[in-house]
Ligand binder design. Structure first.
Ligand SMILES: C[S@@+](CC[C@H](N)C(=O)[O-])C[C@H]1O[C@@H](n2cnc3c(N)ncnc32)[C@H](O)[C@@H]1O
Length: 229
């Protein structure tokens, strides 16, 4: 698969990727990660996680991909990886790898796949998810998709509640994200902080993920977490 290292990219094969996964308890894949600040920051808070930022646009990830390779004292992170790929053509290396999946503020084709529950999204999630997996999606309710009205939690619950079971995921919740939530991604900062824009927060799960793993995602967007069982 094509991994991003600053302004260049290099191929990483399955053996090298498995060696990188080995010391970690779980893998987070952030789909459409943009500049990659979200997986970079989550990796900084959770040494036991390998955080993979995935985006069709390799250039967007260059800054955080370069930062991750610095010495640890200067912001380097050994537990973050950036992969250049569209969801339509995911690398085999990432098959069944993710215990945590996020889609934060998708746009364009990725947004349309989410809000319509298209097979492209369902197949991508099915490809990436491990047997036990938590999926968290954040959608800007005022984003524009041709032929669709503004989104609501109930509207997305209806669409995703019937689409996600095709990837063996069950919808857990679909709510407005509280206005004081702090999503640690580039667009999270832009769209939430004092903008008056509304965000829909979707959670779904496959199998029986551990509570501490589920809590990582709530924490990453500044929400209260459930007690660990
Ligand atoms: C609005 S940005 C959000 C970036 C980031 N998640 C954040 O919260 O800051 C949407 C991202 O989705 C990516 N994207 C759009 N369609 C995609 C696709 N089919 N596969 C992978 N990434 C895609 C874009 O390249 C862009 O970086």
């Amino acid at each position: 698969m094509r991994t991003v290292i600053g302004k260049t990219s290099v191929e990483m094969g399955i053996a090298e990727f498995q060696a990188l996964c080995e010391p970690h308890d779980a893998v987070l894949v952030d789909i459409g990660c943009g500049d990659g600040s979200f997986p970079y920051r989550v990796a900084g808070d959770h040494d036991a996680l390998l955080c993979v930022g995935l985006d069709a646009n390799a250039e967007a990830m260059a800054k955080y991909a370069a930062r991750a390779r610095r010495k640890p004292a200067r912001g380097g992170r050994g537990n973050v990886l950036f992969v250049a790929s569209a969801i339509e053509s995911l690398p085999l290396e990432l098959k069944g790898i993710a215990g945590l999946l996020t889609v934060n503020f998708p746009w364009a084709g990725l947004l349309a796949s989410v809000v319509r529950g298209e097979p492209t999204l369902v197949q991508a999630i099915d490809h990436l998810a491990a047997q036990d997996c938590v999926l968290q999606i954040l959608v800007n309710a005022d984003a524009d998709v041709p032929d669709l009205d503004a989104f609501t939690p109930q509207g997305l619950a209806d669409v995703l509640g019937s689409a996600l079971p095709r990837a063996r995921f069950k919808l857990q919740s679909a709510d407005w994200l509280p206005a004081d939530a702090r999503v640690r991604s580039q667009w999270g900062g832009r769209l939430i902080k004092g903008s008056g824009r509304r965000t829909i927060h979707i959670v779904a799960q496959r199998g029986s993920p551990d509570t501490p793993l589920s809590n990582v995602l709530a924490q990453a967007i500044g929400l209260p977490v459930a007690p660990n069982s």
